[in-house]
Write a protein that binds this ligand. Sequence first.
Ligand SMILES: [Zn+2]
Length: 259
Amino acid sequence: MARRIESGLSKSLVDELVNSSNSQNVSIREATTILSSVSNRDYAASLRKLFDISHLRSLASQLARFLPGLNEQVFGVTDLGCLERMARNFGVMLRTNYVASSDGRRLRGYYLNDRTVLKTPLIWLNSANHPVGVAATFWHEMGHHLTHEIFGSRHSAAALPFATDYLEHLERPEEIAADLVMALGCYPREAAEAVFRQSTQRRAQWNFETSATRVRSYVKSVTGFDFSADDSARTNLYRLAGMIHVAKLRLALLREYSI
Ligand SMILES: [Zn+2]
């Protein structure tokens, strides 16, 4: 049995993570701190503070009207040309640039909707990230676009750094609304029920080793996305933290809101 380190995380997965690349620029302590901050957070309690049941269900069904197939099939397209055409259908201009950084702390994308600056709303994506991460960011930014009117903002600008900002999203309804598109696009209802079968009872705890391993293997099976030796261990750490964030959000939507 894997030795426990701190915060209930199993050593085996964290060890694998910090050794996932020759570029070992993250310590076990830092990886544990970042992963436990996401995996120990009570997502259901955070969502309840922001949305009541009818509000969040109504938001999910409004989004599904714009995006047929949302919560019914995996949004697995990563081809930038296809994403660009989808954006154009919603009156959004998609732009991408390759902006690398040595420490993995790259901006993933942003959404800008301000008629005083641009005629057309803009989504910008950093193509230096893994194509699956680029597509996930696309759906997050599309979430901003589709909920722009709902949240009634005249001007809207939102950036998504490639780092550990996930927990800040839990304080901001417009960020959770954007993450909702990403989470439902990654885990349609049936897939969520299968992946989280053991976790859907209200009292069940998020078990890091079991849940993170299952989530990682689900994401790999539907997208091919996993740790990569071509990237730094820090990049892989942020990937895993991001996967856990999306999974915990999806589990809370399923368990608390029956979405
Ligand atoms: Zn955002």
